[in-house]
Design a protein around this ligand. Sequence first.
Ligand SMILES: Cc1ncc(COP(=O)(O)O)c(C=O)c1O
Length: 340
Amino acid sequence: MSIIFLSDNSSGVHENVLRKISEVNQGFTFPYGKDKYTAEAEKLFSLLFGINVDVYFTVNGTSANITGLSSVLSSFEGVLCADTTHINTDECGAFEKFTGAKIYTVENINGKINPEQIAKFLHFKGNEHHNQPKVVSISQCTETGTVYSRDEIKALANFAHDNRMFLHVDGARISNAVEAAGITVKEMLTDTGVDFVSFGGTKNGLMMGEAVVFLNTELSRNMKYIRKQSMQLVSKMRFISAQFLAYLENDLWLENAKAANNAGKYFKEKLEGIPGINIIGTVDANIIFAVFPQHVIDELIPLDYFYVMDPLERKVRFVTSFNTKNEDIDSFILKLKEVL
Ligand SMILES: Cc1ncc(COP(=O)(O)O)c(C=O)c1O
């Protein structure tokens, strides 16, 4: 099966998550998140972040980003982010449709942005001819597979707050980032001053489930209405919450992320030194980019081992998952060497 490295969305559901869904499938309970499992899962998030957070579950990463951002932004405001961010490139204009606000992009540096880059938008503030910069949004891990350090996040949060803005994190792969950094969620997100996070689950062992976590609880004031209006208030919420119970209990999120990141490291080691293959940038977590010879791409593309991210530059992407095995990587490397 060659689809293994296409995306961490190609992976399945962790057995503990499936078991938990089955466990909560007992009798009747209150709908729309008023059930005890949702309350328990919300508590676990507060423990993880080390403060009382407001949590809103949604079914996918796009909706987590867009409901969260919609609840903070008015149409005359804007978000500052890297040109590569998912909200800008891969959400089919959902941000624009649902917020009516503007995305101000800055050129990414290894997938990241820094305060100096966003400073140049500050002169828009107070000028009615421009959408007002209100939120800085970063992805962690980034779309280029890098991971922001704690200091980099702190610098962005401080800069945002000093200029009356908020910091949002698209954490579709936040568990991979936290594991890779070797720090806690509290250290990465709470202590650095992040305001709200799309906390991913689907890519790391859930069937479907993401959480919009507001560390700055004043910002969540409109979220329950926005979530319903955005069609993300799941009526049988207990089955989303149950997944997060399994995910957060006993640190399954961390265990899964470690497995995915270790597979990423192994993949990189195996690719390194193969003549004709150039790994691009660093492999901080579970995403590997490389430049492949054209004939290799042509031969392997029908086998669905990778996505070609840039056909002109012959740039391909691999993603490892919580259940990727070293043998899967070994057999791909064998195939690659054959084709080479
Ligand atoms: C950085 C990032 N954000 C968000 C998402 C979530 O997207 P989806 O709506 O497909 O779950 C993804 C998925 O590819 C992603 O890579």
